[in-house]
Design a protein. Structure first.
Length: 113
């Protein structure tokens, strides 16, 4: 049994970086895990993938699987490893396949509109 919960995120969500809207979705998922802040996962089809470059960076979560990372390329800068995706998630985590999550920072905003 896992302490991870995945459900449809209510409302419309956007992700912005470098003054550009990278994506907007009414089909985003909200993942909660233990005491961590909730993470919004955007369907890949709702993200402007032209702004993202896949990197060689990977991490492993024993509950979700192996994550691949993407940098966000804006007009003025490249935000290294600012987004991640579980392309082959573990059993029970299939809902986040083909979705991307973003680190909310001073340069990246993930918000409900």
């Amino acid at each position: 049994m896992t302490d991870i919960q995945i459900h449809k995120a209510e409302g419309t969500w956007v992700v912005r970086a470098g003054g550009a809207v990278l994506g907007e979705s009414r089909d985003a998922l909200e993942l909660t895990e233990g005491g961590y802040p909730a993470v919004i996962y955007f369907p890949r089809g709702d993200i402007a993938m032209a702004f993202l470059d896949r990197t060689d960076h990977t991490t492993h979560c024993p509950k979700k699987g192996d994550a691949t990372y993407f940098s966000i390329v804006t007009k003025s800068t490249t935000l290294e490893n600012a987004a991640w995706s579980y392309e082959t998630p573990k059993e029970g985590m299939e809902r986040i396949k083909d979705h991307l999550a973003f680190y909310a920072t001073d340069f990246v905003a993930v918000e409900r509109v």
